[in-house]
Design a protein around this ligand. Structure first.
Ligand code: HEC
Length: 175
């Protein structure tokens, strides 16, 4: 007998119609999801249920991690260094404060880094702030050298020895 694979036949058609009808009923029960670009930014209701703690979880999921915060710290490290060289102490103070702020955020999002970041900000970055306050170029230069050493020793202790901070002309102070 010839096998009829091209057509569904009565039973196949019935099953297909049943499945489609079932999907339509299920979809109607959930409700048609229309994202509101001004507030309701949760697009995928199969993963995140609007109106539940899932929304908080989404916020947590999309926080920038260490790599992103470190890119910011790297850029600011360079601007800080250049500002000190040009004796633009207000700019230098700003960049130092912003590195501290970025690391403050990272302490919350990556608790494993918290203790090391606190030491770094409270000791090494604070030493740069003290150097900025002296408005002395060579004091500042020495403090920046120590700062880079502190950045690098943390990279080593977290298994990332290949991130070597060295101030230079590139956008990121990596060697
Ligand atoms: C608390 C430890 C710690 C301190 C202090 C620290 N880092 Fe990092 N840094 C890390 C870790 C961990 C990574 C790897 C992040 C990842 O890949 O997830 C990293 C990565 C980086 C990267 C590479 C980012 C990339 O993905 O390309 C740069 C640049 C960087 N750090 C700059 C700095 C600078 C500049 C300082 C000092 C001002 C500094 N870091 C201080 C822990 C630290």
């Amino acid at each position: 007998m010839k096998k009829d694979s091209g057509r569904l036949g009565f039973f196949g058609g019935f099953m297909t119609a049943t499945i489609l009808l079932g999907a339509a009923v299920a979809f109607a029960a959930i409700g048609i999801y229309t994202p509101d670009p001004h507030g309701d930014w949760i697009r995928d209701i199969s993963v995140y249920q609007p109106g539940t703690d899932d929304q908080i979880n989404v916020l947590a999921d999309i926080q920038p991690g260490a790599a992103v915060q470190m890119l910011e710290a790297g850029l600011r490290f360079n601007v800080l260094n250049q500002a000190g060289k040009k004796q633009n102490w207000d700019l230098a103070a700003h960049e130092s404060a912003e590195i501290g702020a970025a690391f403050g955020t990272l302490e919350i999002t990556r608790p494993a880094l918290q203790a090391s970041l606190q030491t770094f900000v409270g000791t090494d970055l604070a030493a740069v702030d003290a150097a900025i306050a002296t408005q002395n170029k060579s004091t500042f230069k020495a403090a920046m050298k120590d700062l880079a050493t502190a950045c690098n020793s943390c990279h080593v202790s977290f298994g990332k020895p290949f991130f070597v901070i060295k101030s230079g002309k590139s956008a990121l102070p990596l060697k």
